[in-house]
Structure formats: structure tokens, C-alpha cells
Write a protein of this length. Structure first.
Length: 186
């Protein structure tokens, strides 16, 4: 069992990085091999809609670090996408990653590599935990439509201060439980 974590924050040590690492700790404690990637530190270009992936069985024409992520997703059983909420939605780093998953759509990915389980973790500065729930549900449904099994989703609210989530044990426990849940999906 392998679970990868994808941190969609442009800042090192961010609240979302802390939460994704906690989720990976939960997965690891349940027996999974884990690995994380900080999307903000990687050279990942936006999709250029060239459609090469559709004629090459899911091989993206853009030669950048997303090739590493594509390969890791192929090998993994599950992944976690974490993003801060910027302007009522996921960060640019998380969005570019999401757009580049188009490579796998309609190319036989699921038949060849299996349906991938995933979890979504968001962090927001706004203290109202329901403020962006419509967007979170939209995102969950979008990934479901794309063929991923969204096992769980969470948002940690009230995190305006850098690293604030470190002092929220109940939130850290929730993140660890998401990692455990990914490993124990039936």
C-alpha cells in the first residue's frame, strides 16, 4: 500500500503542509508507504490543451516535474491533495496539478492502474468552517466525476496565522484519521 501527499501551498511549513504530513503519518501508522511532494517547489506548467495525452495512452507532452507526479500516482494506491483556500477556491499550485490530471481521462488509466482513492484537505483563514463548503463539495464531486474515489475531505478553519494548525490537536487528529481511512478502504 502506497499513499502520496501533494501539498498545494506556495509556502514551506504552511498549515496545509502540516495537515498533509499528519495525514501521511496516519497512513504510515496503518502500514502504508508514504511520500510527499510540495507542488509549489516543483516545475509544473499548466496544461496547454494539446491533446497529446489522448493519442499517446495518457502520456503528457509537457516535459516537467508533473511527469514525476503522474508516475507516482500510477504506482500509488491513494493520494491526498491539500490546498489552502485562496480567493474562495484551491490555490494555483493545486489547480495546475488538478488540470494536469486530464492526462489520465479517457486513456484507459483506471483499467490499467485501478481506481485511485483520494482525500482532500483544505485550510482556510476564515473562522466559519462552512464558508466554503459549497466549493469543497463541488471539488469532491469533480474528482468523483474524474474517476477518483474521494474517501474523505476536511477543512481546518481559522488559520490566518502561519502554522496555527500546530496548536489544534483535534484538527491534527482528524488529518491523521483521514490517512488511516485511506489505508483501510474496503
Amino acid at each position: 500500500m502506497k499513499v502520496i501527499g501533494l501539498v498545494g501551498s506556495p509556502r514551506n511549513g504552511s498549515n496545509i503542509e502540516i495537515l498533509v504530513e499528519e495525514a501521511l503519518k496516519g497512513a504510515n501508522a496503518s502500514g502504508a508507504e508514504t511520500k510527499s511532494f510540495n507542488l509549489g517547489e516543483m516545475d509544473i506548467a499548466p496544461c496547454n490543451a494539446c491533446m497529446e495525452c489522448k493519442s499517446s495512452a495518457g502520456k503528457c507532452a509537457i516535459d516537467d516535474d508533473m511527469q514525476i507526479i503522474h508516475d507516482e500516482i500510477r504506482k500509488a494506491n491513494a493520494f491526498i491533495l491539500g490546498s489552502p483556500v485562496y480567493m474562495w477556491q484551491m490555490s494555483a499550485q493545486a489547480k495546475i496539478f488538478t488540470d494536469r490530471l486530464y492526462t489520465f481521462m479517457g486513456t484507459g488509466f483506471e483499467e490499467k492502474y485501478g481506481k485511485k482513492d483520494m482525500a482532500l484537505i483544505f485550510s482556510q483563514g476564515n473562522p466559519d468552517e462552512n464558508m466554503f463548503s459549497e466549493y469543497f463539495n463541488y471539488t469532491k464531486n469533480m474528482f468523483g466525476f474524474l474517476g477518483y474515489n474521494v474517501v474523505d475531505m476536511m477543512s481546518a478553519s481559522g488559520n490566518l496565522v502561519y502554522g496555527a494548525v500546530k496548536d489544534k490537536e483535534n484538527v491534527l487528529i482528524k488529518a491523521r484519521n483521514i490517512g488511516k481511512k485511506l489505508v483501510n478502504v474496503d
